[in-house]
Design a protein around this ligand. Sequence first.
Ligand SMILES: Nc1ncnc2c1ncn2[C@@H]1O[C@H](COP(=O)(O)OP(=O)(O)O)[C@@H](O)[C@H]1O
Ligand SMILES: [Mg+2]
Length: 708
Amino acid sequence: MAPAASFLQPCRGKKDDSSSTTPESLFHPVPIKPTPDDINIGAELTGSSIQKKDLLKILNSFVQKTEIKKLAEQYGLDSYLQGQAFTSFRQYCFETQTLPVDLHIVLSDILQGAGNITDIFPYFIRHAKQIFPHIDCLDDLKKISDLRNPAGWYPLARAKNRKIVFHAGPTNSGKTHHALERFITAKSGVYCAPLKLLVAEVFNKCNQRGTPCDLLTGEERTFAKNPDNPADHLSCSVEMVNLQNNYEVAVIDEIQLTRDSYRGWAWTRALLGIPADEIHLCGEAAAIELVKAICITTGENVEVRRYKRLTSLEIEKEALGSLTHVRAGDCIVCFSKADIFTVSRSLESRGIETAVIYGSLPPGTKLAQAAKFNDPKNTCKVLVATNAIGMGLNLHIRRIVFYSLIQPTINEKGEKEMEVLSVSSALQIAGRAGRYGTVWSTGYVTTFKNEDLPTLRNLLSQTPEVITQAGLHPTADQIELYAYHLPNSPLSNLMDIFVSLCTVDNSLYFMCTLTDFKFLADMIQHVPLPLRARYVFCCAPINKKSPYVCTMFLKFARQYSKNDAITFNWLCQHIGWPFQLPKTILDLVHLEAVFDVLDLYLWLSYRFVDLFPDAKMVRDVQKELDALIATGIVKLTTLLMNSDEGGENDSFELQTQKQKFYRSSESSGKRSIGKGKLTERLLAQGLLTPQMLRELQFEWTQTTKKKK
Ligand SMILES: Nc1ncnc2c1ncn2[C@@H]1O[C@H](COP(=O)(O)OP(=O)(O)O)[C@@H](O)[C@H]1O
Ligand SMILES: [Mg+2]
């Protein structure tokens, strides 16, 4: 038995996170009940029963012995587990009326001075193995979760001597353009993108250029020809790339995202595993050294091509100061929906038409808003957006105005934190100003507030933080093997044990955060599902902040476990179809969540074809919904105004939809949303800030006064 000392080191290979749960606390003891009907053979044999106080004395001195502690450690019990096991063992000895005969004899011998206190150890360790079954298979578990050589997981790619080209440079320097030229002219190719919008853009571009190209995302498959005759080119989201297919050229876009704490593993997998003759990586120069180091482990050479911005980018000398200074081609970048709403409302109250883009809008709506803003003939000349514009949208922006430089982020414990924008994000977003081939050949950037300008200047003068580690993720096979060894552990516990026992070469890699996975695993733990299906459900890319989406996720899992098909009819009862145009901002938020639920359905439909049979209808309805949201967002200010009336004038359908929404929100525990006045609900959801509320109240009283 190998000493378990290394097991004591918390979270090897993960990001430094001293505050996270210690791995020892992950192992929950399996309860063991004494058997009360046993006949007390031990007492008969030894001719004496053992007094509780004597027993306590023996056990206490057993526990305190240094040699016992050392021995226990060698069996895989660190100090935490020892404490737990000792307590449980003591309790077991006390509660049982009739000790096992062999233990009874040993204890009697010790009491009579005929035995040594260390003789208890075998009985203690027998008990410990019962309550912590993993210590018996620690070596096996460690072997399964040995992730030190991920390059070795992909024999097809290793069998090739791939040519690796790194296209490095800032945003708008033509990296993707050059890689795509190679992709389109190759005999066969795969393009891997971080976002569905980018997947669609390349799919369209490639087909327009006369090279048939298929599309593949978690939720969608489109064939240039037909499903039985796939094209030689494929545009896909990076998680979806199939590592069994040979291609002449593979493009992996935004390779720096390999450091992403949630999704980084997908870039690492693509980089190590695509068996293409040429791999073209596009991304920030900050990832060059890491890619080179990883390619030493694969024995491949990296050719670096550097690019400069195609247009110039100037930081303005003054901050915007006031929204009255907004000009055509401006994009105001905010980091919360509440700010988006405040800004667009203020602009519209000044008679300035705005386009709005934020992350949770459906793709069609985003494209429609982008097209409206880009169109020189359209009266809308100003864009209000979140960092969702950082990637994937073709936008004709003259100037980026940072409304603030503080970004809410979620830390590893799942808590919200406010952080100053990273250098990389600041450069990425600022870089969107001025685009090659548009009317704005020079880009400008500034802040809204005077006091933010020096900070922005400082951020933009730096180069992005060098990336030192690429993400990894346990595979379904590995988790299945774990489950085989620890059949009684819940999936989320298995993941924790995996992370705590795994060995990662942290000079190159880190283990990605599994919080989303575990969140879903906990949510459906009580639903009886086979492990594989459970694992797939937990991989679903859902927004866990939306109680409505989470509730629907749970309902899908329950239906699945009953082997009931999730039909279009069933779905309609839960999503309030046919939909109505949103009248208030809450309606809009709800419709966005419904869109996500339909996305979830489509995602599951590709993995469980039989039980999610109506993907086609769902897709049609989803398109309809996208169009509805696109229409709704145009009247954003009206939606915000209507919200003030508390929805008294809503149609019956809308009222019903809302009630359903609140009910489902409540049932999932987020009570704050469904309660109180509408304004309170908006505040609770962060859609309204107290400042915004005061402004609204002021405007409202002004308008009412005028009316009178
Ligand atoms: N050599 C080129 N000829 C024509 N258009 C180009 C060229 N290089 C870049 N572009 C265009 O400039 C824009 C920015 O290029 P892109 O490749 O997306 O930059 P990056 O990937 O570095 O952010 C795109 O619209 C792209 O089509
Ligand atoms: Mg690019």
